[in-house]
Design a protein around this ligand. Structure first.
Ligand code: FAD
Ligand code: SF4
Length: 339
């Protein structure tokens, strides 16, 4: 049995108090929300913070505000996000992403903020301490070589958050608060393509909320590839959001990818769709463009060449769903037999 290391525990009731503790404790402290990512990581000694600062008692992190857009507190659990009617109606891509994270139990604990700050993943890293020691560790933790790309000086672990690509396609931003002040960052700018230093968030900052713009006239969709439809992390996530004119001509489109790099990112595929109808031909072209940006590595589940090969198909699923095609049979097939 893997045991947690010893740690101190603080449980503030305000964001200001949490930020003050982070500032005072320095890098030895880490925030914990639902703990569904951090606690298993601590058991494997990936992270060994001397102090955990829990966000669970901060009521303001559960705030939901509907105005011109929608603001979601970072402390809302994924099941709470899924239960918000405005999310389902206006931000279908986020709803679909949140609803497909892990299992229902993990979504009861796991929060939106924790999902966005999720550690990157790799087959050589998500192992217990003894396993990692047996291969002399790796760059990301305790070692000095990357076993996936041995000539690389950079860790190429995979970003595995489902909600981030959906939120990037929706043009969302986050609020980061520290004892030094606060700032708003577009979610597309929150991530760095580095498996170790993967967040632009500073260690003393609390991610307090996600702001979604008003998206009148937009439709969105999220499609996820994973081995077991009811359980696994994504090995590919495709998020699309499209605004069309009344005659169906695309005015603006954004397509983001997840789980094929160390960060989720916006592709140029959406630009190809501007001023065109969502015809089969336009969708296929966008799919090829998006697939060319996917750089999956051999460090997670399923064959990397196959994961790249199916990107265009998944882009097609997302765009056809936005077009209004009935994709329910395809969704069911992928949830049951993705391979
Ligand atoms: C079996 C299993 C399957 C999973 N499958 C998926 C999946 O399919 N898709 C997916 O996306 N995730 C998956 N996860 C990961 C995880 O459950 C979710 O991402 C969850 O939303 C994480 O949220 P949390 O609140 O539990 O985060 P925590 O574990 O509490 O925190 C995760 C990280 O975020 C930081 N953090 C948390 N909240 C904040 C905040 N407000 N501000 C700043 N930093 C913060 C923590 O310090 C930590 O570094 C899976 C986990 C398990 C164990
Ligand atoms: S990508 Fe390389 S350095 Fe990063 S976790 Fe995997 S083996 Fe380690």
């Amino acid at each position: 049995m893997m045991r947690l290391p010893w740690f101190g525990f603080r449980s503030p009731t305000t964001v200001a108090e949490a930020a003050k503790i982070l500032a005072a404790e320095g890098p030895q402290a880490m925030l914990i929300a639902g703990g569904t990512d951090l606690l298993p990581n601590m058991k494997r000694r990936h992270q060994t913070p001397a102090m955990l600062v829990s966000l669970a008692r901060i009521e303001t992190l559960k705030r939901i505000a509907n105005g011109s857009g929608t603001t979601l507190g970072a402390g809302l659990t994924l099941n709470e996000i899924v239960a918000i009617p405005a999310v389902r109606e206006k931000y279908a891509g986020l709803w679909q992403a949140a609803a497909q994270v892990a299992t229902v139990h993990l979504r009861n604990m796991g929060t939106l903020g924790g999902n966005l700050c999720l550690d990157t993943r790799c087959n050589y890293y998500n192992q217990n301490y003894e396993w990692r020691k047996a291969i002399d560790f790796c760059l990301k933790k305790d070692g000095d070589i990357c076993w996936v790309a041995t000539a690389s000086k950079r860790c190429v672990a995979t970003s595995s958050t489902d909600c981030a690509p959906a939120l990037i396609s929706l043009g969302a931003s986050v609020r980061l608060v520290s004892a030094r002040g606060e700032r708003e960052v577009a979610i597309a700018e929150l991530y760095k393509n580095d498996g170790i230093d993967y967040l632009a968030r500073r260690p003393d900052e609390v991610l307090t909320e996600v702001k979604l713009p008003s998206l009148a006239g937009w439709k969105s969709s999220y499609w996820k590839l994973r081995r077991r439809g009811a359980f696994d992390f994504p090995v590919l996530g495709v998020a699309a959001a499209v605004r069309t004119a009344r005659d169906g001509t695309v005015e603006e489109a954004r397509i983001a990818l997840g789980a094929v790099a160390s960060r989720p990112f916006l592709t140029k595929g959406g630009e190809l769709l501007a001023c065109r109808k969502l015809s089969d031909e336009a969708i296929a072209e966008a799919g090829v463009k998006v697939a060319s940006a996917a750089k999956p590595m051999d460090n997670t589940d399923l064959d990397l060449y196959w994961r790249k090969a199916v990107v265009a198909e998944f882009v097609g699923y997302a765009l056809r769903e936005i077009r209004g095609d009935d994709m329910s049979a395809t969704r069911l097939r992928i949830a049951r037999h993705p391979l």
